[in-house]
Design a protein around this ligand. Structure first.
Ligand SMILES: [Zn+2]
Ligand SMILES: [Zn+2]
Length: 171
């Protein structure tokens, strides 16, 4: 998805489109596939900067990090990025710890890197098919959501016990 910042000199721009991202599976091993993103952009000029607000949604197919079963999950994320064609503005922002991207006005700017970055930040770190997924038995490997077994799993890892308590409280 591309935007022409020059057009913002007249008025704010709204843009909608579909963006397909590729090669994400390498960066997120639990992600099996991803639908194209439905992206909505609102962009406007503010003094020497161009402000872009993005809203995007899609659906991903993940492998549950506990029971390894594939499942689909809707994803929605917002992002924001400021741009400027003045090096001075970019430098001054940097000194104040802000990030403004330098752009050239004589050609369209590709927003795909920002869409991709927001998506990666919005992916679940440890996707679960459902909050109370019981996972696989660490001893015999059966899926404890569907089956039970007689394995001795009494010695629960203390970190795991905390997590179990956490989900019980939310219960
Ligand atoms: Zn699961
Ligand atoms: Zn078992």
């Amino acid at each position: 998805m591309k935007i022409r910042f020059r057009e913002l000199h007249q008025q704010p721009v709204e843009q909608k489109g579909e963006v397909a991202l590729e090669g994400l599976e390498q960066e997120s091993p639990d992600l099996l596939s991803l639908q194209p993103l439905q992206v909505e952009i609102l962009a406007w000029k503010d003094r020497e900067t161009y402000q872009v607000q993005g809203k995007q949604r899609t659906e991903g197919r993940f492998r549950c990090s506990r029971c390894l079963t594939p499942f689909s999950q809707g994803l929605e994320m917002d992002w924001f990025q400021a741009f400027s064609d003045e090096e001075r503005v970019v430098r001054e922002a940097e000194e104040e710890g802000e990030e403004i991207r330098l752009v050239q006005l004589d050609r369209p700017t590709d927003l795909t890197p920002y869409i991709r970055e927001a998506l990666l930040l919005g992916l679940p770190l440890a996707p679960v098919c459902r909050l109370d997924c019981r996972g696989l038995c660490p001893v015999c490997g059966v899926n404890l959501n569907h089956e039970s077994c007689d394995c001795d799993t009494g010695r629960v890892d203390p970190r795991l016990a905390k997590l179990q308590e956490f989900f019980k409280d939310r219960g």
